[in-house]
Design a binder for this molecule. Sequence first.
Ligand SMILES: NC(=O)c1ccc[n+]([C@@H]2O[C@H](COP(=O)([O-])OP(=O)(O)OC[C@H]3O[C@@H](n4cnc5c(N)ncnc54)[C@H](O)[C@@H]3O)[C@@H](O)[C@H]2O)c1
Length: 435
Amino acid sequence: MNIVVIGTGYVGLVSGACFSEFGFNVTCIDKDVDKITGLKQGKIPIYEPGLDVLVSRNSAAGRLHFTTELRGHVQQADAVFIAVGTPTRRGDGHADLSYVFAAAQEVAAHLDGYTVIVTKSTVPVGTGRKVEAVIRGANDKADFDVASNPEFLREGSAINDFMRPDRIVVGAESPAAISVMKALYRPLYLIEKPVLFTRLETAELIKYAANAFLAVKISYINQMADLCEAVGADVHDVAKGMGLDNRIGAKFLHPGPGYGGSCFPKDTLALVKTAEQYDVSVSIVSDVVAYNDSRKKAMAGRVISACGGSLAGKKLAILGLAFKPETDDMRESPALDIVQELARQGAIIHAYDPAAMDEARALLPDSVIFEKSAQACLAAADAAVLITEWNEFRALTPQNFKDQMKHPVLVDLRNVYDPAVMRGAGISYSSVGRS
Ligand SMILES: NC(=O)c1ccc[n+]([C@@H]2O[C@H](COP(=O)([O-])OP(=O)(O)OC[C@H]3O[C@@H](n4cnc5c(N)ncnc54)[C@H](O)[C@@H]3O)[C@@H](O)[C@H]2O)c1
């Protein structure tokens, strides 16, 4: 089978590489000439563990190709995946579908023989039908179906998530489209991964419903953490006690500075906008969107209190910038709100992240000093703030802080360290939801 993937971002590149690993012939197409030139030379444009090996193995085997040209590839394709970005549209919070429709329009002109056009991008309900109309409008002779195949991979464990997903969701309605999609996911069906076939609209909504649910779960435990602080309970134990109930589950019950990343913020917002359009209340999700924004902003206040009420002229060591570990993605990272506010309050910011510094440089104030290691960051700092729970920060001992800081103050926004150990070593330690 021949597959074309439009867009070589986190989703397109990982999906393309994984489909080629299944043995299919895959062509990944992107408008970004530099990205494609780099990929042809084996340069991976994103930080994603294991992706370099997968790309080089399948490129060498002649199953994975990179180009900026649709011509000649779309014609041969059994399935064309659209995996372009769907960021929040400026001004109104809806998903910006201009990249999806532009890709559909471009693909339409090259279709030749039966092809399934698959939206892998996260798109609001009704987009699949609109993609169908765009293609029909551009090429009334085209023989095609549109399917929806939302992607659930997580940055940082994207390959494993694609290769061993909890489920595959496919919105496809014609027997021909269902048959192509079954063939594509047969390798996963063979290892007993559930493949759920639905109508187009249902598949589109499943993705938003799932992401919004996880965002609610994170916000719920964040609010419980605040309550724990007020009443003297320990959120770590509360989460454990809740998570041991199989109906609840332990995942996504880790309190922190609020969710970020390229998906939850924009997808929760887009779901709210879809519901508004259809005059349906999803007030739980609307509340979570507002709460999460306020939570990210509130985090700087914790640092100010830990530093005695003023940050003017104080040196802060910021450990971690990416929205989560194992990625260089800074989109909507809580670090953006936190660092900006700390700098505004007069702090001198020294920051270190194992992967996201290049991305962060463009987004953070010019005054931020980027260091080469956690140790360099901590040197002579008045306080350290852990924002992203990279493993290399987990490994820091109380002595590491004491060696570098005269009167160590540590604000642990991810509850990585043991409060008793840190405080026992003389560190002024504060965390989230643990008094
Ligand atoms: N990043 C994630 O973890 C994740 C997970 C699940 C779903 N998603 C969804 O997948 C979609 C893609 O996300 P991403 O993070 O991979 O995006 P991204 O911004 O990293 O990559 C998108 C790529 O598409 C390219 N592109 C845009 N228009 C194009 C066109 N007409 N032709 C060729 N290339 C084009 C861009 O140059 C870019 O390289 C989004 O809808 C997102 O919500 C993302």
